[in-house]
Design a protein around this ligand. Structure first.
Ligand code: VG1
Ligand code: CO
Length: 544
């Protein structure tokens, strides 16, 4: 096995977005594209000799080819040890778990998360650091910067490795170990939750649940944990086999995409509990019978009940949510008298708060919830949290949700996405709105008077770093709020996300359809941004 230096030139556009670098498969498959980016990660890290990494992905198309190349590059760069999930698989939270458990220097996760896969679909790559979390903004910037200066990469001319069998391989000075992708993660889950209690619930004749893995990475994890370790009947996990194209589906756990789960929840033999995860296993959707639990409410309920879960019995250091997430968790934090932080969208902003011991739980409206057990959001963890709560409280999920609203009031929330907009047009709409912000206070839109408006700027309380331009916020005098931002995870055109929320504490008004409860705010958002007028869109493409 020889080491080779391959000459290359910078490729434009290798700039990671909200969560790593995401592009069409065809772009990643271009000559030098992936090698350039991976070498840029290594260059940003500095001397890689003697270091250790974990690598794995969500199993989508191009996962295996990409992995083989990354292993050659890692060997070329002198890494001492690289762990790889068997079959090339590792969910995002499992990769975070492995980095932390084995004290590795970092990890590379191959995933475009909830974006569709297949030859015409998307591929993605993200780098996590030694704390197990997504690279911070400064590291991401350094990687991008390295990609603009790259002139060669280092490769070990080694043959492909058998990814499907556990075992050890030597590539030059690098030891590659194929590990069980599920084992460490399953053990971690067993150390957090009351498995015997959940097992009793799952074994109960009248409790039926369904977990939709959407043919993405969580299938093997959910089968092992729910069916094998917790004794749920075989077949509890549906679409459990990871497929390169996710079976043609869109591995995004929401009511629009988890269609098989939704059908089963509403069938003649209704289920008590349903859940789904996304491509790389970091998102979750939780359904009670006849009810959808909004992720913002889910985070608040977890915070309010955390002491009932073994790992959080001593209480929470604090909580955090991304800015567009509703303020339901803030109300719980105020009552618990613990700090509540508001961060920009994307998990990378939670890491510092966790490392500093300032928060235990955090979440985003985009079906992401997590805790300091790893440094990523964690889909299956959230599902187990809910199952543990249902078992502990001996109440159905829908009752837990309704009682929470009765006690704290309800933060109605909805996000409207306008997809595949011409990028320039979307930028123009945002720029026009940004310009108007200082003049908005005092003006009224569909019965809501603006209190204040700004472009969210975050100062990290731990390292003092500042992240500006994180979303346009319009706060109204009645407590309602609208947020506008452009997605940072798409691969073509632009997606405008409009987030609406308002607070209701009247016990008689807690069970409305969010689209109705928020109708005047939705109309206000349209008027403010000119969604129909400027963008010509009559309705959103996706409502969550
Ligand atoms: C979206 C979500 C954001 C989430 C990100 C990554 O980003 O809004 O909350 O952190 O996806 O999720 P954006 O920039 O498109 O709004 V995942 O499951 O891709 O890791
Ligand atoms: Co994801």
């Amino acid at each position: 096995m020889t080491l080779e230096t391959v000459s290359t030139r910078p490729i434009a556009g290798q700039k990671p977005g909200t969560s790593g670098l995401r592009k069409k498969v065809a772009e990643f498959a271009r000559p030098h594209y992936l090698a350039n980016f991976v070498q840029s990660i290594f260059n940003a890290l500095g001397d890689c000799a003697g270091r250790s990494l974990v690598v794995g992905g969500d199993g989508r198309y191009y996962n295996r080819q990409a992995l083989q190349l990354i292993l050659r590059l890692a060997a070329g760069n002198g890494f001492a040890r690289v762990l790889v999930g068997r079959g090339g698989l590792l969910s995002t939270p499992a990769a975070s778990c492995v980095i932390r458990k084995y004290g590795l220097d970092g990890g590379i996760v191959l995933s475009a998360s909830h974006n569709p896969g297949g030859p015409d679909g998307d591929f993605g790559i993200k780098f996590n650091g030694a704390n197990g979390g997504p690279a911070s903004e400064s590291v991401t910037a350094a990687i991008h910067e390295a990609s603009t200066r790259i002139d060669h990469y280092l490769l070990c001319n080694s043959p492909d490795i058998d990814l499907d069998r556990s075992g050890s391989h030597q590539l030059h000075n690098t030891t590659v170990e194929i590990i069980d992708p599920v084992e460490d993660y399953a053990e971690l889950m067993a150390s957090i939750f009351d498995f015997p209690k959940i097992a009793a619930l799952l074994g109960h004749k009248r409790f039926h649940m369904c977990y939709d893995a959407m043919h993405a990475v969580t299938g093997p994890y959910a089968v092992e944990i729910l069916e094998h370790r917790l004794g749920a009947p075989a077949g509890t996990v549906i679409n459990g086999r990871p497929l390169e194209d996710f079976g043609g589906g869109h591995p995004d756990p929401n009511l629009a995409h988890a269609t098989e789960l939704v059908a089963r929840m509403n069938s003649d033999a209704p289920l008590a509990f349903g859940a789904a995860s996304d491509g790389d296993g970091d998102r979750n959707m939780v359904l009670g019978s006849g009810i959808f639990i909004n992720p913002c409410d889910s985070l608040a309920i977890m915070a309010a009940n955390a002491r009932r879960i073994p790992a959080y019995a001593d209480g929470l250091a604090g909580v955090a949510r991304s800015m567009p997430t509703s303020r339901a968790v803030d109300r719980v934090a105020a009552e618990l008298d613990i700090p509540c932080f508001e961060t920009p969208t994307g998990w990378k902003f939670f890491g510092n708060l966790m490392d500093a011991g300032r928060i235990t739980l955090c979440g985003e409206e985009s079906f992401g919830t997590g805790s300091s057990h790893v440094r990523e959001k964690d889909g299956l963890w959230a599902v187990l949290f809910w199952l543990n709560l249902v078992a502990e409280l001996s109440k159905p999920a829908r009752t837990i949700l309704r009682e929470h609203w009765q006690r704290y009031g309800r933060d109605y929330f909805t996000r409207h996405d306008y997809e595949a907009l011409p990028a320039e047009q979307a930028e123009e709409v945002m720029a026009a709105l940004r310009q108007q912000l200082p003049a908005l206070a005092g003006r009224s839109y569909h019965g809501h008077t603006v209190h204040s408006a700004d472009d969210f700027c975050y100062s990290d309380p731990v390292d003092g770093s500042v992240s500006a331009g994180q979303g346009l916020r319009i706060l109204f005098e009645d407590g309602a709020r609208i947020v506008f931002r452009l997605s940072g995870t798409g691969t073509s055109g632009a997606t405008l996300r409009v987030y609406h929320d308002c607070y209701q504490r009247d016990p008689a008004l807690l069970e409305q359809d969010p689209q109705k409860a928020l109708a005047s705010l939705i109309a206000a958002a349209d008027e403010l941004a000119g969604i129909r007028r400027q963008l010509g869109r009559q309705q959103p493409d996706v409502i969550t």
